[in-house]
Design a binder for this molecule. Structure first.
Ligand SMILES: [Zn+2]
Length: 211
């Protein structure tokens, strides 16, 4: 695999650690080792990023892992594993950042559904913006929220693609709104992707849960 040039933008070690651990939960230790090998990230094998908030995990390394998933399992297989890993990563994110977001409070739990989404989604965006170089924002429309990643580690350094590829992020959002809503499933679609030549990566989250 062609290495992706370093970006100079970083995730906190802890976020990378949560994601790689989630990948291990989904595909097993041997699977993750094979992916890290293919991604030219041999140094990470049995040596996951530290459990701290230092901004040291380059976006290019994060993107490489996603490319390796597609290379090894094909676009469809890679997509489904990335979605599952993103969903699994949410549990780790919640454990580590839930208090920061203020979404575990009793006052939050009694809010109506739309209010929960209106608070929960920007809280997720804020955590990424505050702890990493991934700047994210949320805009509300009549029937949906648009969650925008302005500088995206998932597809960093990729271009010329004809389909969006930021499935880890989509999975994390899916699980995030599920948790925020107390267990409902929502449709989450990536509508714009920097790897397709778009300015930003946009995720459309329908306000009405899937019945
Ligand atoms: Zn992206």
């Amino acid at each position: 695999m062609e290495p992706i040039p370093k970006s100079g933008f970083f995730y906190a070690n802890k976020i990378a650690r949560i994601t790689i651990t989630a990948l291990e939960n989904v595909m097993g230790k041997n699977g993750v080792n094979a992916i890290l090998n293919l991604a030219n990230e041999h140094n990470l094998i049995d040596n996951y990023p530290l459990d701290n908030l230092e901004r040291q995990f380059d976006f290019a390394d994060f993107s490489s892992i996603n490319v390796a998933l597609e290379e090894m399992f094909g676009p469809r297989g890679g997509r489904s594993l990335a979605l599952r890993a993103g969903r699994a990563a949410f549990a780790g994110a919640l454990r580590n950042f839930g208090a920061l977001a203020g979404v575990g409070d009793l006052a939050f739990k009694v809010l109506p559904l739309q209010a929960k989404l209106r608070i929960g989604l920007p809280a997720m965006a804020r955590i990424f913006s505050q702890t990493s170089d991934q700047y994210s924002t949320v805009v509300e429309h009549e029937r949906e929220f648009i969650y925008t990643i302005h500088r995206c580690p998932v597809c960093w350094g990729r271009k010329g693609l004809d389909k969006p590829v930021c499935f880890v992020a989509a999975g994390l959002l899916q699980e995030g709104v599920k948790w925020v809503s107390g267990g409902l499933e929502f449709r989450v679609n990536e509508s714009h992707c920097i790897a397709m030549g778009d300015e930003v990566c946009d995720f459309v989250i329908q306000k009405e849960p899937i019945s």
